[in-house]
Design a protein around this ligand. Structure first.
Ligand SMILES: Nc1nc2c(ncn2[C@@H]2O[C@H](COP(=O)(O)OP(=O)(O)OP(=O)(O)O)[C@@H](O)[C@H]2O)c(=O)[nH]1
Length: 489
C-alpha cells in the first residue's frame, strides 16, 4: 500500500533537496557578497586611510630623528665662528676640533665635521685631520656637495664611515659661504643608519607593512627588514608598473597586482632628503582573516542546510509513516482497517502458497454487543472492542493480521495455521475473552465471543473464504453463541 505513495514521496524528497540546494546557494551568495563588501572596504581602508597614516607616523618620527641633524648642519654652516675660522689664512685646528666635539656632545650626533676648502682639510672632533684627496672616490661626496646649486645648500648621503670601521652612516653635508657668499667649505654631522633602519623595522613590525626609502631614481636607499634583495622600484615585480608615476608626484596612493595578489602602496617625498618614503601592504595578509570568516560562514551555511535537510527528511518520513499508518488502521482499536486487511490477505496468501503453508481465516463477533452499548453506554462498548483486539494480540503471532471487518466483527488472518490449529487458537481467544472482567462506572460485566473459522484454499479469494467463515459464525450464533464453529471446505 505504501508503494502507491512512493512517487509522491520521491517528488517530495527531490523538492526538499532542491530547496536545501537553493538555501545553501542563497547562504553562499550572501556570505560571498559580504566577503566582497568587506574586501572592498578593507582595500579602501588600506589605500586611503591606514597606509597614509602609517606614512605620516613614520615621516613624523623620521623628522624627529633625521631632521634635527639637518638643522644642526644648517646651524653650523651659518655659525659666525665656523665662517670666521675658515676665513683665517692659517687657522689653528684646536678651536675647530673643540667646536666639533661640542656639537657631537650637545646634539648626540655620531660625528660632526668641517672641510676647509682653502686647504681641502677635513677636521673632526678628535685630533685627526684628513686631506680631501680629489683623486680618491672616498671623497666623491665633497665634490658633489660643492657642485650643489645655490638653492640647494645641503645633501643627505648614505655611505660608509671609514672612521667607524666601515659602518653605514647618514651624513648631512651643508655648504658654507663667507659673508660675500663665496664657497669656503662644507660642514655637517653624521648619524648611524642603524637608527633609521631600526626605526623602519619597528614600524614594519608594528604595522605589518614594508617600509623603505628610495631616491628620485627609484633606488632603494634605506630599508627595514622585509627586503628580499630588490634594490630599486623598477626591479620589484609589479611595482615597476607604477614606479614612473610614483617618482613623478610628491605623494600618492597606488596599487598593483602581482602573482594574483594586490599590493597597496603609499609614497611621499621627504624633501629634506629628497627621498621617497614608501609604505607597502599586501592585501593577502589583511584579507586572510576576512577570507577565514567567509569560509567559516560557508561551513556554517552548509551545516545549517544539512541540519534543515536532515530534520525535514526525518520529519517528513515520520509524517509519511504516520499518514500511512493512519490510512491503514482503524482509529478506535488500532487494528488494520478492512481495506488493509484485504491487501494484506493477498500478500499473505501468495506467501503461504509459495512456502506451501496453510492460511486460515477467523471471524470473531461479540455476542449481544448491542446490549453492552445499551446497558453500559457506547464508551463501554468501545472499551470492549479495544480490549478484544488486545486479547487477540496475545494469542496470535506478529506475522498474523487482525482487522476490524465492521462494527463489532473482527477478521484474523492466521499465517501458517490449518483449520485445526486455527480452531484451537480461536478457542483460546474466546476463553480468554470470556474471562475478561470489564468494569464500567462501578458495574462489572463479562462478554462472550462467537467465531467462525475457515481454511483458505490456495486460490480462494478473500470474499469466498470469509463467506464460509461467516457461515460458521452464523452457525455459532444459531447454536447459542459463545462458541467457535468451522466453515465447510
Ligand atoms: N460502542 C460501539 N458500538 C458499535 C461500534 N460499531 C458498531 N457498534 C454497535 O454494535 C452493535 C451491533 O449489534 P447487532 O448487529 O445487533 O449485534 P449484537 O447485538 O452483537 O448481537 P449478535 O451479534 O447477534 O450477538 C450495534 O448496536 C452497533 O451500534 C463501535 O465502534 N462502538
Amino acid at each position: 500500500m505504501l508503494k502507491r505513495h512512493q512517487p509522491l514521496a520521491n517528488i517530495r524528497v527531490k523538492t526538499l533537496w532542491l530547496f536545501c540546494g537553493v538555501l545553501f546557494v542563497v547562504f553562499f551568495l550572501m556570505s560571498w557578497s559580504s566577503y566582497r563588501v568587506a574586501q572592498r572596504s578593507i582595500s579602501q581602508q588600506i589605500e586611503h586611510n591606514s597606509l597614509p597614516l602609517t606614512s605620516d607616523n613614520v615621516y613624523s618620527q623620521i623628522q624627529r630623528d633625521l631632521v634635527q641633524p639637518t638643522f644642526v648642519a644648517t646651524l653650523m654652516a651659518h655659525d659666525t665662528f665656523v665662517r670666521d675660522w675658515a676665513m683665517q689664512a692659517t687657522p689653528s685646528a684646536t678651536p675647530m676640533q673643540r667646536y666639533l666635539a661640542e656639537i657631537d656632545q650637545r646634539f648626540d650626533t655620531i660625528i660632526a665635521f668641517f672641510v676647509r676648502d682653502a686647504d681641502r682639510r677635513l677636521y673632526l672632533p678628535d685630533a685627526a685631520e684628513h686631506i680631501i684627496d680629489a683623486t680618491s672616490h672616498r671623497y666623491d661626496w665633497y665634490e658633489k656637495v660643492k657642485a650643489l646649486p645655490e638653492n640647494k645648500p645641503y645633501l643627505v648621503t648614505v655611505g660608509m664611515d671609514p672612521e667607524r670601521q666601515g659602518q653605514m652612516d647618514i651624513f648631512i653635508d651643508h655648504k658654507v659661504y663667507d659673508y660675500q657668499h663665496r664657497f669656503i667649505g662644507v660642514t655637517g654631522v653624521g648619524l648611524s643608519v642603524e637608527q633609521v633602519h631600526q626605526l623602519l623595522a619597528r614600524y614594519e613590525q608594528r604595522y605589518q607593512r614594508r617600509i623603505y626609502f628610495v631616491d628620485r631614481q627609484g633606488k632603494v636607499v634605506l630599508s627595514g627588514q622585509r627586503f628580499e634583495g630588490e634594490d630599486s622600484l623598477q626591479a620589484m615585480p609589479g611595482m615597476a608598473t607604477i614606479a614612473a608615476q610614483l617618482l613623478s608626484a610628491p605623494s600618492g596612493s597606488y596599487h598593483f597586482e602581482s602573482g594574483g595578489h594586490k599590493t597597496y602602496v603609499n609614497a611621499r617625498l621627504v624633501p629634506e632628503f629628497d627621498w621617497y618614503l614608501v609604505v607597502e601592504e599586501h592585501q593577502a595578509a589583511s584579507l586572510q582573516a576576512v577570507f577565514k570568516t567567509f569560509l567559516i560562514n560557508v561551513a556554517i551555511a552548509g551545516l545549517i542546510t544539512l541540519m534543515v535537510l536532515g530534520i525535514s527528511l526525518a520529519t517528513q518520513g515520520r509524517y509519511q509513516r504516520k499518514l500511512a499508518a493512519q490510512a491503514s488502521v482503524d482509529p478506535l482499536t488500532l487494528a488494520l482497517n478492512r481495506r488493509s486487511g484485504q491487501e494484506l490477505h493477498r500478500l499473505m496468501l501468495d506467501e503461504c502458497n509459495q512456502q506451501s503453508q496453510p492460511l486460515s481465516v477467523l471471524v470473531l463477533d461479540v455476542d449481544h454487543f448491542k446490549q453492552v452499548n445499551d446497558q453500559y453506554g457506547h464508551e463501554a462498548g468501545d472499551t470492549v472492542l479495544k480490549d478484544m483486539v488486545q486479547e487477540i494480540k496475545q494469542h496470535v503471532r506478529e506475522s498474523d493480521a487482525i482487522c476490524r471487518w465492521g462494527g463489532e466483527e473482527f477478521l484474523v488472518l492466521l499465517n501458517g495455521c490449518d483449520l485445526t490449529q486455527a480452531l484451537s487458537l480461536a478457542e483460546r481467544i474466546r476463553t480468554g475473552m470470556s474471562a475478561h472482567r470489564f468494569t464500567f462506572k462501578g458495574q462489572a460485566f463479562y462478554i462472550t465471543l462467537s467465531g467462525g473459522v475457515a481454511q483458505n484454499g490456495p486460490k480462494e479469494p478473500l470474499e469466498e473464504v470469509v463467506k464460509r467463515a461467516d457461515a460458521a459464525l452464523y452457525l455459532a450464533k444459531e447454536n447459542g453463541r459463545n462458541q467457535i464453529q468451522t466453515g465447510a471446505a
